[in-house]
Design a protein around this ligand. Structure first.
Ligand SMILES: Nc1nc2c(c(=O)[nH]1)N[C@H]1C(S)=C(S)[C@@H](COP(=O)(O)OP(=O)(O)OC[C@H]3O[C@@H](n4cnc5c(=O)[nH]c(N)nc54)[C@H](O)[C@@H]3O)O[C@H]1N2
Ligand SMILES: Nc1nc2c(c(=O)[nH]1)N[C@H]1C(S)=C(S)[C@@H](COP(=O)(O)OP(=O)(O)OC[C@H]3O[C@@H](n4cnc5c(=O)[nH]c(N)nc54)[C@H](O)[C@@H]3O)O[C@H]1N2
Ligand code: SF4
Ligand SMILES: [Mo]
Length: 728
């Protein structure tokens, strides 16, 4: 029998609509779904590997229990019932003997729905979930909410010819968001100006009218330079500033601390170029500045740099206007039950919230700040409050330290779903020690990864062809998207919802999990809109309406009901209420001694269109395009070190070293190198010490995650540092 069904691709955050053809229970073909109201049939190259992924011989298909020593790679195949019974019994024991907070949950970047994970967590009683969101987008979201009450969603607005300028700030959609990239190129054809801010001449930089090649991690200073020009030259939107912002006079004083000659020295960008770019952004019509991830990864200055960017958008009058950055949600989707409500925050007792790891230090991104961020959204109809999953997490580097040191208390068990911590986190050796010393470690994944190799139980996960997919109902996209399960899961793979529900029902939570499947849970959530899950799938999603300047009717969802250029929330939490610049903990400026030994600034992580972080390395049709880990180095710098194009080289920092293939590239400053992240080798031996070659080319071995080096507001750790380079 031949049927065609409607899925959503989960190979990245865009969730494009897919039509999947099924022949006698086997998926035979996937293509774009022209009726999906968001993606309209467009897809990128990765779904071409969907079948290879789905039927891959290395997939984990049955629950595995560790037999030998951790990392030895000896497994016993067991049933789901046995696995979940045993895990639940251990969790009960940890909770009774040591407290629920000694059980932590780990997740990766957005790949699945997260409210079930948080619901489980709150009902179980632990405040501790770590999540790379602290260095990826979630901290940005919190900072947007603190400044103007909700998220400015430029990425979803890249098709409006009334956008006269697009700034790609630490954002290279040519690799990371292919469909956004297409849209930007179309805008350019219609005359929209493009500015790229990137230490590398990326495809985005080549397309741009202006490219600012800054020193990595100095974005905060450059943004303060933009603000200085725009305020001192009177290029801001005076009417908006007057009527809708709080603290402009204090901001004006602050930007005087950043004259362009000083900014130019810090950033390595000529003053006149900064002035020209600032004018290009501010004058001539509305502009978009979509969020790239690099501001999230600056380390110490992370949140204040993002604040500066928020302030820049606001004073130039680009919030929620035609051609600017749309805002919040509207229309019938507002009636759906949002993620925040599904998470059940009230189930977690106050005393447990206060035990969250990192709570005293990284206060915006933990419970104290989170509660302040949620409060002002009450009574503002176009805003859904942020979620715990995205905005209120344990501090990941501090979780690893708690496992190792017992400080502030020991973390004994880790439930990891969709996260490859040994490739994701920096300071890999420390993360490795932590994973090795857990009392219980459970991983739910598609493949045996280096991280899964250190688990006690590895459970097989169902992919997006074998489960319902719902795009986040969390207020950052004015759209609800849904895709159906195409085929029943192969072997004993189970979806992420089942994982939490199975555990929950064994831990006395059954009355809170009335929905047997994700589809049933969606029926419940969509009911107030008058739709079932199936209907939303058939409709190709439900779009919000296009209403602009919603703040004119309701104000902004902040404590002052205005855009807080001077943040009253930051002030209450004991942080600088105005944006500022701070040097990274390690840099040629802050640690010149160290820089003598490790003379290069190391930038990392530029996306690769064939891979998704550590995923797809075993997918031959993708890997063949990009077989080796690369480091980009300027030809002049390479010549001095006797390095030729294609040579294998070591990058070394004070923490360790890793091997890359040199790519000579004149689009990078001779003082900077750029290395790819998340490299492991599924073709290498699985057991220790190899762990699929995790120690060979893993750039995160070189980078630090010391809490003192982290951003002190949201907790993000730096994805850059200092290194030396030599021939291998
Ligand atoms: N194919 C593919 N797509 C992906 C992903 C993937 O792994 N593969 N990951 C997804 C995820 S989770 C994320 S977060 C997004 C990220 O997507 P992007 O935001 O595009 O992130 P990157 O490609 O890491 O970095 C963008 C650019 O920042 C530059 N850069 C490096 N250091 C600095 C700096 O200090 N300042 C500035 N201004 N720029 C700097 C890099 O040279 C790079 O060109 O991509 C998503 N999309
Ligand atoms: N040096 C450096 N390090 C970085 C970055 C950088 O730019 N530089 N980028 C950082 C960023 S922005 C991010 S978001 C993180 C990403 O870090 P992670 O989110 O941990 O990404 P992956 O390494 O791909 O690991 C995800 C794992 O989840 C599994 N998986 C995928 N989807 C599902 C699912 O639906 N269910 C289940 N159960 N499992 C699933 C995959 O098989 C994979 O093993 O990495 C960060 N690390
Ligand atoms: S952009 Fe590509 S990988 Fe991402 S959801 Fe769309 S088709 Fe899938
Ligand atoms: Mo990310």
């Amino acid at each position: 029998m031949h049927v065609i069904k409607k899925a959503l691709c989960m190979f990245c955050h865009s969730n494009c609509g897919i039509l999947a053809e099924v022949e006698n229970g086997r998926v035979t073909k996937v293509r774009g779904n022209p009726d999906n109201q968001l993606s309209r049939g467009r897809i990128c190259l990765r779904p071409s590997a969907a079948l290879e992924f789905h039927y891959h011989p290395d997939r984990v298909n049955y629950p595995l229990k560790r037999k030998g020593a951790r990392g030895e790679g000896k497994w016993e195949q067991i049933s789901w019932d046995q696995a979940v019974d045993e895990i639940a019994a251990r969790l009960k024991e940890f909770k009774a003997r040591h407290g629920a907070e000694t059980v932590a949950i780990g997740r990766g970047t957005y790949r699945t729905y997260y409210w079930p994970m948080v619901r489980f967590q709150n009902l179980f009683g632990t405040p501790n979930m770590y999540n790379p969101g602290q260095i990826c987008f979630c901290n940005t979201w919190s900072t947007h909410v603190a400044t103007y009450g909700t998220f400015a969603a430029a990425r979803s607005a890249m098709h409006n010819p009334n956008s006269k300028c697009v700034v790609l700030w630490g954002f290279n959609p040519a690799e990371s968001y292919p469909l956004v990239w297409q849209a930007i190129k179309n805008l350019k054809k219609q005359g929209t100006k493009i500015i790229a801010v990137d230490p590398r001449r990326t495809a985005a930089a080549e397309e741009a009218d202006m490219w600012l090649q800054l020193r990595p991690q100095t974005d905060g200073a450059l943004l303060m330079g933009f603000l200085n020009v725009i305020i001192n030259e009177g290029l801001y939107d005076k009417e908006f500033v007057e009527k809708w912002t709080y603290g402009f006079d204090k901001l004006r004083e602050r930007v005087q601390e950043y004259p362009l000659n000083k900014v130019a020295d810090i950033c390595w960008v000529p003053a006149e170029k900064i002035r020209e770019a600032a004018r290009m952004y501010a004058v001539g019509g509305h502009a978009l500045m979509p969020c790239g991830v690099k501001l999230d990864q600056l380390g110490r200055n992370q949140t204040q740099a993002i604040r500066a960017q928020c302030v820049l958008r606001a004073i130039t009058g680009n919030l929620d206007v035609d051609g600017g950055e749309p805002f919040g949600i509207s229309g019938e989707i507002l009636r759906a039950i949002d993620d925040n409500e599904m998470e059940l925050h009230d189930a977690l007792p106050q005393e447990q919230k206060r035990k969250q790891i990192g709570v005293d230090r990284f206060r915006l991104f933990t419970w104290p700040g989170y509660e302040m961020l949620c409060e002002p959204s009450k009574g503002i109809p176009y805003v859904w409050p942020p979620t715990v999953n995205e905005s209120c997490n344990a501090h990941e580097p501090s979780v690893w330290r708690a496992i190792l040191t017992g400080n502030p208390y020991p973390v004994k068990a880790l439930l990891i779903q969709g996260n490859n911590a040994l490739l994701q986190a920096t300071n890999t050796k420390l993360v490795y020690e932590a994973l090795k010393s857990l009392d219980l470690s459970v991983v739910h994944d598609y493949f045996l990864t280096p991280t899964a190799m250190l688990a006690d139980y590895v459970l097989p996960a169902a992919d997006w062809l074998e489960r319902a997919v719902v795009a986040p109902v969390a207020g950052m996209r004015n759209f609800i998207n849904a895709g159906e399960k195409i085929v029943d899961p192969e072997y004993e793979r189970r979806d992420d919802y089942q994982f939490w529900r199975e555990l929950a029902t064994r831990l006395g939570q059954e009355s809170y999990w009335p929905w047997k499947t994700m589809e049933e849970a969606c029926d419940y959530r969509f009911k107030p809109m008058g739709y079932t899950f199936k209907e939303v799938v058939e409709m190709g999603g439900v779009p919000g309406t296009r209403e602009l300047k919603k703040y004119e009717k309701h104000g902004f969802a902040t404590p002052t009901r205005k855009v807080e250029l001077y943040s009253t929330i930051f002030e209450k939490l004991g942080y600088d209420p105005l944006p500022n610049y701070e040097e990274p903990a390690e840099s040629p400026v802050s640690t010149p001694e160290l820089a003598r030994e490790y003379p290069f600034v190391l930038a990392t992580g530029g996306r690769i269109k064939y891979f998704y972080h550590s995923e797809f390395r075993q997918i031959g049709s993708m890997r063949k395009h990009h077989p080796d880990p690369l480091v980009q180095i300027h030809p002049d710098a390479a010549a001095k070190l006797g390095i030729g194009d294609g040579d294998w080289v070591y990058l070394e920092s004070r923490l360790g070293r890793a091997r890359f293939k040199a790519q000579l590239f004149d689009g990078i400053d001779p003082r900077v190198v750029h290395a790819e992240h998340s490299w492991w080798f599924p073709e290498d031996p699985a057991p220790e010490p190899s762990l699929f070659g995790v120690w060979k080319s893993n750039v995160n071995v070189l980078l630090d995650d010391d809490p003192d080096h982290c951003d002190q507001i949201c907790g993000g750790w730096p994805h850059a540092g200092l290194c030396k380079v030599y021939k291998a």
